[in-house]
Design a protein around this ligand. Structure first.
Ligand code: HEC
Ligand code: HEC
Length: 342
């Protein structure tokens, strides 16, 4: 009897010990990764919340192709009238955008949608606001041939580049089949994959540097999670990993003429439920990429945050909420890639 009691309390002690060790382990983990995205009532069925992680560079890029792509990115021979390059609308020293509501293409043609940044686009689930391009290669073919952007044809571009013996030689050195449409696109896309803005203050905080954020910024991150912004802006890009409707809890488009661009993903799928659905943009470097939204309608980050809370979460934010959240968003500015420092 006594022996059985001893055995029981020994077993109990072991169970308690395992419990304590497990608790310490989990508590410790929670402390080193305190920033898991929180579930929110808005979470759609089937959506898996991704934790917010620090950005890491894309591994294994061919440095020769990156350098070739960098040249092409800045090369106006890719536009019909030699006046526009990718960098015209994606200025790498200014957040990877042009700062305009709508971009200006060849001959001063005005675009119909706001230019997003090229930074960190390697990690997006798809390219363009409506996700119509699956890869960066596929994306890059768009602007070159778009009549209101670069307005060129491939035969035009390839014959111009072929006349540049040095450049054509670079293509032969780096690609088995030399200068081709696919290889122009691959070089540009490879360069874009190198445009990752690592080491923001928020990333340092995520890696455990408790001094990296001020009290106000930390408070902003808390509100960002508690209000449910993370139900859509999550994962390594704090966005860029799902499509969502603009106007979940209110009609953002009420009382205005709807443009084709406003239809969003409907233009890709022609499904009614995709009307006004857009790729959730990454919030990395967002303080550098005004104006905001696909229609460039928000001139400031304060305004964009208010609109988001109103139409995506059905909540009217106080001035203190906006101040804290914007302070947090400013900590998402990463280091600009080396190419921008030349
Ligand atoms: C005239 C301005 C202009 C030029 C030139 C231009 N772009 Fe863009 N870029 C835009 C606009 C506007 C969009 C958004 C279009 C849309 O979503 O329908 C965009 C979208 C993109 C995206 C998608 C980003 C995302 O988050 O979805 C990438 C990548 C990109 N451009 C790279 C390039 C490259 C590479 C070139 C050169 C080959 C280039 N752009 C030339 C204006 C321009
Ligand atoms: C239901 C999903 C959802 C929620 C919740 C949400 N967003 Fe968004 N967010 C989006 C979508 C979709 C867009 C793109 C809208 C557009 O331009 O068409 C966007 C755009 C933005 C932009 C503009 C980015 C740019 O580059 O133009 C900011 C800033 C932003 N959100 C911040 C927030 C903040 C802060 C919260 C919380 C208060 C929040 N979002 C909540 C889906 C969401």
């Amino acid at each position: 009897m006594k022996f059985a009691a001893f055995r029981f309390s020994a077993a109990l002690a072991v169970v308690i010990l395992i419990g304590v060790v497990a608790w310490l382990f989990l508590a410790g983990r929670n402390q080193s990764v305190p920033l898991q995205a929180v579930a929110s009532p808005l979470q759609m069925q089937g959506d898996v919340l991704q934790p917010i992680l620090p950005l890491s560079p894309v591994a294994g890029l061919d440095p020769g192709r990156v350098a070739l792509g960098e040249r092409l990115f800045h090369d106006a021979r890719l536009s019909a009238d030699f006046s526009v390059s990718c960098a015209t609308c994606h200025n790498l020293t200014a957040g990877g955008v042009d700062g305009q509501r709508f971009s200006l293409g060849i001959g001063g043609a005005v675009g119909k949608i706001n230019a997003p940044t090229v930074f960190n686009s390697a990690y997006s689930l798809a390219q363009f606001w409506n996700g119509r391009a699956a890869t960066l290669e596929e994306q890059a073919a768009g602007p070159i041939q778009n009549p209101i952007e670069m307005g060129a044809t491939w035969s035009q571009v390839l014959s111009r580049l072929e006349q540049d013996a040095e450049l054509a030689g670079e293509f032969r050195r780096l690609y088995r089949d030399g200068l081709t449409t696919d290889n122009v696109l691959n070089a540009i896309a490879t360069f874009e994959r190198s445009l990752v803005t690592v080491d923001s203050r928020f990333d340092r905080y995520l890696r455990g540097d408790r001094q990296a954020l001020s009290a106000l910024e930390m408070d902003g991150f808390r509100r960002f999670r508690e209000f449910g912004c993370t139900s859509c802006h999550q994962g390594m890009l704090i966005g860029g990993n799902m499509f969502q409707k603009f106007g979940v809890l209110g009609d953002y488009f009420a009382g205005r003429a709807i443009t084709e661009a406003d239809l969003g993903r409907y233009n890709v799928t022609r499904r009614e439920e995709d009307r006004h659905v857009f790729k959730v943009p990454s919030l990395r470097n967002v303080a550098r990429t005004a104006p905001y939204f696909h229609d460039g309608s928000a001139a400031t980050l304060d305004q964009a945050v208010l609109v988001m809370a109103r139409y995506q979460l059905g909540r009217d934010l106080s001035a203190a909420d906006v101040e804290a959240i914007v302070a947090f968003l400013q900590t998402l500015n990463g280091e600009l890639p080396p190419v921008t420092r030349r």
